[in-house]
Design a protein around this ligand. Structure first.
Ligand code: PEP
Ligand code: MG
Length: 553
């Protein structure tokens, strides 16, 4: 058995034969011609045929993956009409007196290199598109059939890279999964794969030869792994995982697209917790209404040095764009305690959980905080980003944050850098914040209750210490009363309150939270649909609290 790692594009398990897909590489010869007009009229006919094919692909994609994702084929049609592209082909044919195939291949190469060298991400991605239309024209000019990925039996397709047009042409019933050696998780190809719900990986360094072709393979889209020639134990384990996923999918099918509303009409927002943009596929797959907690510190923890503003900006922008208008709550850096970052050079502390962590680091290292805020405010121009501050204990901290935010905005204004106006909320995860939540509510746009830390600080129990597990009781009436109090204070001030700690996903408490009027639950993506099921089956008015806050032992 051999295992290869890749970047996850879409979750799911695929088990089957591997088929290595190699493109028909168009060998283009440069030949001298005398009748240039004849060459250019062949070019015009090839373009007409290409437009016809692209219209067919657009119609197919429109049905299968929706208008937004089909639009790429309209873009390709427009590219065929691009004045610069056409002038270049014409110019090469006329000035060099050569065949049109050569002129198309040369133009395709030149333009795609030019796009690839651009700074702008969007333009860089157009490099693949220009190559794609040129290859289409070359196939048409050669008079050969396009054999793109037509398979006789369902298989795992492994390729060096796939163009968007190749991806959409894959016969869904014949493709169990696709894995590419190259390709970015941002590309249209990856977007299409997600929409098609095919387990898919990119950036997987496996050989495209007989050591893989025709062999049995397993693709684990979630874990980003490909197993070639799996052993019996792995096969059994993956079959079980596949069955579990199938079960979840069935649940998903019946609940996807449903509103989170109780039998008596109370609505709740069901959002997802993520630690990485790789988790976005799971968020979409599980029909989250938004992202309730993006733990941005993982960006810092994965690195050897401070992530730059630009690096962070790209990540936040991608999350905002992928969520297409749905709320994306990004929590500012929450390191310290159990999440230590070597390059921050923090001093050893006696009690790190009570030490310099989260907002305390940001307020004492304004340059680090400002870098992140700049990235967040800039990215919020690309979608519905909200910023959330962790470990708040007082109004004073919020005022200090506001001061720094004003400085950041003034600096962006002075530079003429565009930015949005994200909502700004806080985590309620210290008992102090709960007790002054009536005052805090007047200062911010929303609350999100971090029950993990709130339990640790309220019960004075180190959440990291396994010996204390039996004492760590998140159902303690103190915690439930605190949640109820926070929600009440939020509503009095006209803001919403959610829960993003692990307790939010505790299905035994979903009805209780609804009865308290909790507006949002942010949970691991896989918990969204099971909770939606409970919401849909609950009548809040008829629900009698199962938790006798007074009588808990
Ligand atoms: C919490 O404390 O409940 C929380 C959501 O934050 P974290 O678990 O990252 O500390
Ligand atoms: Mg916390």
């Amino acid at each position: 058995m051999r295992i290869y790692n890749g970047k996850s594009v879409f979750n799911g398990i695929a088990i089957g034969k591997i088929r290595v897909y190699k493109k028909d590489v168009q060998q283009v010869k440069r030949t001298k011609v005398t009748d240039m007009e004849a060459e250019l009229s062949r070019f015009a006919s090839a373009k007409e045929e290409a437009v016809r094919q692209l219209q067919g692909l657009y119609d197919k994609a429109l049905k299968e993956v929706g208008e937004a994702n089909a639009a790429i084929f309209e873009v390709h049609q427009m590219m065929l009409d691009d004045v610069d592209y056409n002038e270049s082909v014409e110019n090469i044919v006329r000035s060099q007196e050569v065949n049109v195939e050569y002129a198309v291949a040369a133009t395709g190469d030149n333009f795609s290199q030019m796009f690839a060298a651009m700074d702008d991400d969007y333009m860089r991605e157009r490099a693949a598109d220009v190559k794609d239309i040129s290859e289409r024209l070359l196939i048409i000019l050669s008079g050969k059939e396009d054999h793109t990925a037509s398979a006789k039996e369902p298989a795992i397709i492994i390729a060096d890279d796939l163009a968007p047009s190749e991806t959409v042409q894959l016969d869904k019933d014949m493709v169990l999964s696709f894995v590419t050696v190259h390709g970015s998780t941002n590309s249209h190809t990856a977007i299409l794969a997600r929409m098609m719900e095919i387990p898919a990986l990119v950036g997987t360094k496996l050989p495209l030869d007989d050591t893989v072709d025709g062999k049995t393979g397993i693709v684990d889209g979630g874990d980003g792994k490909v197993y070639v020639d799996p052993d019996e134990e792995t096969l059994l384990r993956m079959r079980k995982k596949q069955e579990e996923e199938q079960h979840r999918k069935e649940l998903l099918l019946t609940l996807k697209g449903r509103e989170n509303v109780t039998l008596d009409g109370q609505k709740v927002m069901l959002y997802a917790n993520i630690g990485n943009i790789k988790d976005l596929a799971m968020v979409m797959q599980n029909d989250a209404g938004g992202i309730g907690l993006f733990r941005s510190e993982f960006i810092y923890l994965e690195k050897e040095d401070y992530p730059s503003e630009e690096e962070q900006f790209q990540i936040y922008k991608q999350a905002a764009e992928t969520m297409a208008g749905k709320r994306v709550i990004i929590r500012t850096l929450d390191i310290g305690a159990d999440k230590q970052c070597g390059y921050f050079d923090m001093e050893q502390e006696e009690n790190p959980a009570l030490g310099v962590r989260a907002i305390r680091i940001c307020l004492t290292h304004p340059e680090v905080f400002k870098t992140q805020l700049r990235a967040l405010f800039r990215a919020s121009a690309f979608g519905n980003i909200a910023v959330m501050y962790p470990m708040i204990t007082s109004i004073g901290e919020i005022r200090r944050i506001k001061g720094i935010v004003s400085e950041v905005k003034a600096e962006l204004d002075a530079q003429g850098t565009p930015y949005g106006e994200p909502e700004q909320g806080i985590m309620i995860e210290t008992p102090a914040a709960v007790l002054v939540s009536d005052m805090l509510a007047k200062e911010v746009d929303f609350f999100s209750i971090g029950t993990n830390d709130l339990t640790q600080y309220t019960l004075a129990i180190d959440r990291q210490n396994p010996k204390l597990d039996e004492f760590y009781d998140a159902h303690h009436p103190a915690i439930l009363r605190m949640i109820s109090m926070v929600v009440e204070n939020a509503h009095k001030a006209g803001i919403w309150a959610g829960i993003c700690g692990e307790l939010g996903a505790d299905e035994t408490l979903t009805r209780e939270f609804l009865a308290m009027g909790v507006d949002e639950l942010s949970v691991a993506p896989g918990s969204i649909l099971p909770i939606r099921k409970i919401v849909l089956e609950t009548n809040v008015k008829e629900y009698k609290s199962q938790f006798m806050y007074e009588e808990h032992d």
